[in-house]
Design a binder for this molecule. Structure first.
Ligand code: SAM
Length: 288
């Protein structure tokens, strides 16, 4: 143990001791995850990471984060559990309906000029946002010209997204969101059901492409007219946000649109000056 730490430790109470030691152990765990499996969480916000790591440690009845690291390194199957914990998959169809209303009324008219429209959903989780976009573009008569690329670092989430099957009990809330977002049809036209799930019709999947992609470690793979990355970068520190914004800027066509989550903004990163605020209250920006 480092001398500075030991000197300090003699004056510290139990709580601080735990926090300092936990920080060291978390650093080692994140380093292990990165070096062994290539998943890089080193620049995710610590408070949320710490909570998730401690929950997993308790669920496995392990005494320390170091014991968790031991499992990660020596029991390859175990890492999926931890990755599942790290990826917060909370999502909805037509989440923040006013965002989709603004997209429909203000962005779509601008997109009509393009013979082919490429949209990237980065961090799409289980796909609810992606099917929402597919429905919107179909209602606007643009589905045939639109290709939607949906990516997430979490392979399990992508597999679920590909299925396009969502719990039936959510459909009432999703129908409400759809109508508030400016949808005019009977929402139930878009899916069939059994007693557990709503299955989105194959037509809705025609122009969707799903792939695993990690915003931290993978590069750009196309040039897009629209990038939506909502409620993903809230878990990143400033350095990582800057890095991912550079990736998005490089991946957008000039005049392309970037949509962020309600609590996110581009104004605090250097790339901010390279965008106009297109619909500021909905966090929709346009590359200059
Ligand atoms: C809270 S969900 C947001 C889903 C959707 N965009 C929405 O707003 O409803 C966050 C998603 O970001 C994904 N994610 C986190 N870090 C990522 C990374 N480095 N690369 C790609 N996806 C990531 C998580 O796996 C999770 O599915």
């Amino acid at each position: 143990m480092n001398r500075k730490y030991m000197d300090k430790h003699s004056e510290l109470n139990e709580q601080t001791y735990d926090n300092e030691l936990q920080n060291i152990e978390i650093n080692l765990l994140l380093e292990g995850l990165y070096q062994m499996y290539g998943f890089d969480f080193r620049h995710y916000l610590r408070s949320s990471l710490r909570r998730r790591i401690l929950n997993r440690m308790k669920a496995e009845k392990l005494p320390t984060i170091t014991a968790l690291l031991e499992k990660v390194l020596h029991h390859p199957g175990f890492v999926d559990k931890l990755l599942g914990d790290m990826s917060i998959r909370v999502t909805e169809m037509f989440r923040d309906p006013s965002f989709f209303r603004a997209f429909r009324n203000q962005v779509v008219p601008e997109l009509r000029q393009y013979p082919e429209i490429r949209i990237w959903h980065a961090g799409c989780a289980t796909g609810e946002e992606v099917y929402s976009m597919a429905i919107l573009m179909q209602e606007e008569g643009l589905a045939e010209r639109t290709k939607v690329y949906a990516t997430d670092m979490n392979e399990k989430a992508i597999e679920a997204a590909q299925k396009g099957a969502f719990p039936l009990k959510q459909m009432q809330a999703y129908t409400k969101n759809y109508l508030e977002s400016g949808g005019t049809k009977a929402f139930s036209e878009y899916y069939t059901t059994d007693n557990q799930y709503a299955y989105f019709r194959p037509l809705m999947k025609e122009n969707l492409m799903f792939a695993q992609h990690n915003l931290v470690t993978d590069g750009s793979f196309n040039e897009f007219h629209v990038i939506l990355c909502r409620n993903v970068m809230i878990y990143f520190d400033n350095q990582l946000q800057k890095q991912v914004h550079r990736l998005f800027h490089d991946s957008l066509t000039s005049g392309g649109y970037l949509g962020l989550g309600k609590k996110e903004s581009i104004l605090f990163v250097p790339e901010g000056v390279q965008y106009d605020e297109f619909v500021p209250q909905e966090r929709i920006y346009r590359k200059k």
